[in-house]
Ligand binder design. Structure first.
Ligand code: PRP
Ligand code: ADE
Length: 173
């Protein structure tokens, strides 16, 4: 039987603005067995895809990406919000489900030649964040072998916007 991840995701109406149902994965991260199971299932997808690196956007993506990289025994690539990385970067600006636009940056040497990258995040909404992360990886010479999420919001066009990639998610709303 598959694990009931939704038991550990809280639904908060009208946060951070009216009309948005915020899907909060804090209870999942806060529960040892549930978090371990989520990381293990996402890592298994990355293993099947032959990932040699894991990449994720700041901040919630880091909670998911770093333990997956550890489980796979590969390095972790940071996509950070603007102005945080100390050396030369590439950058990408994108729109979100709520709020204004945002910018992600990656160090120029973050991707090694030939890297097969598993891209992960807590949640897929419009896909803007993960598409910006993918554009950075590809511009730096990496190959995206799969994209994985804990939560997918199916009423938004995230999956359509990722139609060129193998997308895996643990739960769908
Ligand atoms: O598919 P999208 O429409 O791009 O939305 C999904 C993104 O939105 C959230 O991040 P947020 O920008 O709120 O930042 P945080 O991780 O720092 O909370 C979430 O963690 C995803 O990264
Ligand atoms: N509905 C939502 N819940 C939690 N995080 C999000 N990021 C973008 N949309 C979101």
């Amino acid at each position: 039987m598959s694990f009931d991840f939704k038991k550990y995701i809280a639904d908060i109406p009208d946060f951070p603005e009216k009309g948005i149902i915020f899907r909060d994965f804090s209870p999942l991260v806060g529960n040892g067995p549930a978090f371990k199971e989520a990381i293990s299932e996402l890592a298994e997808f990355g293993r099947r895809k032959g990932a040699t690196a894991v990449a994720a956007p700041e901040a919630r993506g880091f909670l998911v990406g770093a333990p997956i990289a550890t489980e796979l025994g590969v390095g972790f690539v940071q996509a950070r919000k603007e102005g945080k990385l100390p050396r030369a970067t590439e950058s990408e600006t994108y729109d979100l489900e709520y709020g204004t636009s945002s910018t992600l940056e990656m160090h120029l040497d973050a991707i090694k030649p030939g890297d097969k990258v598993l891209v992960v995040d807590d949640l897929l909404a419009t896909g803007g964040t993960i598409q910006a992360t993918i554009r950075l990886i590809e511009r730096l010479g990496g190959e995206v072998v799969g994209v994985a999420f804990i939560i997918e919001l199916s009423e938004l066009p995230g999956r359509d916007n990722l139609k060129d990639y193998d997308v895996f998610s643990l739960t769908t709303y």
